[in-house]
Design a protein around this ligand. Sequence first.
Ligand code: AMP
Length: 147
Amino acid sequence: MLYSHVLVAIDLIDECRAVADHAKALAKALDAKLTLLHVVEPLAMAYGGDVPMDLSMLQQQQFEQARERMALFASEYGLPEDQLQIAFGHPRQEIHRVATDQQCDLIVVGSHGRHGLALLLGSTANDVLHGAPCDVIAVRLAKKKKA
Ligand code: AMP
């Protein structure tokens, strides 16, 4: 079997559906198991750890929203609960950790194909590629047309 366990990392914004659909089709074609992963990022990390307020309620809401959206995917894709993962931390580290723990042999992420300054700022797809415990496929996401 070329790949037996596909891990798709989704950020739960609109375009993640294209990434998840691609991974689902791939897993089906390969007769592989599919696991969905979303990583909730610590709010303190997103705001540089410099926010003079308690973010725990907001963080809790993020988890609840993530659980709801993941449950929708699960019912739509017919996935059991153990094939849904919600992790907490830095996306690259958590994607690598879950891929290793779950013995995944392919990671699927979305890529915006950034150029110039945006590329210098980095992207999760680039991040995930470096030091990945298995092969990685970056699904190219269409650029939004300017109005
Ligand atoms: P970005 O470079 O942040 O635009 O993200 C590109 C891709 O990385 C997304 O399409 C997802 O596949 C993955 N990704 C980014 N953030 C997360 C997250 N919090 N949890 C899981 N996957 C993520």
